[in-house]
Design a binder for this molecule. Sequence first.
Ligand code: ZN
Ligand code: ZN
Length: 311
Amino acid sequence: MLGVCKGDHRTSIGHVDLDSRFSSPDGGFSPLCKGLGQVCRNLILTLGQALFPATCYGCGQLFGLPRPASGNLLANPGDTARYHPSDEVLRGFLCKSCLSRYEAAISPLCSRCGLPFASSQAVDHVCAECQVRPPAYIMARASGVYNDVLKTMIHHFKYGGREHLARPLGRMMWRTLRENWQPDQIDRVVPVPLHTSRLRYRGFNQAYALVREWPRLAAHGDWRLSGDWLAPDLLERRRPTQHQTGLDKGQRLDNLSDAFGLAKGHAIRGLKVLLADDVMTTGATVEACSRALLDAGAREVHVLAAARAVR
Ligand SMILES: [Zn+2]
Ligand SMILES: [Zn+2]
């Protein structure tokens, strides 16, 4: 007798459930289908690895296409406590060896400026420098340590015409953002601005490129953002500054004095701001930006960088 089982919507002939050959009782695929699917998937991946090797942005070597990520990037970080950022986001861009040298900028670290401590035995505390000279921002965090791997990757991104690297780096930062802040702690995201002369030369602001995808990522999660949450034009760099390489933090702060200010037509009074940048070295740039934002009436400033230099 041909009939339709009420409730589970599967077709049956007498006692024989046709779909059960292919589906498990919970509605998923049977182990046979799953096994075949896995074999096909692995075959395609192996072929892909042989035919289309990727270039590692850490060492320049060709390497096989990565296996798909095991976790969901957009899932709540709390759901995947064992998560390591490099697992999912960077695996398509770094070879296995470089990936193994990637270091997440995680505890133990300075609870204020986010500087990771050398000793893994330490606990989070305010570092000596932040105790002597507390920064203007409330808290700074970074996704990874600015070691040779991340340094090379960011160099490709900023100077090597590899703008597409904004995506994995920005997603890494998005993950760090969600691990460290709640939606109600941030009213505006402000990328550190470039002076127009530098912008013309480089063609894009790397800090903005890193955060550009965030509103779209937020739309997949539980972050409900206002339309002006991402504010790339809010802060401006009013004068060109000399390269900071080789300068200590004091010299960098002098170099950046009055370099930043609120752009005309923008208001920030009473708002909580997250500053975003690609690399935090001595912290002088984000300190100068934080001061400018606070001078303009911001309630508080937080900082997130893709990479953090460890002294
Ligand atoms: Zn590599
Ligand atoms: Zn500190």
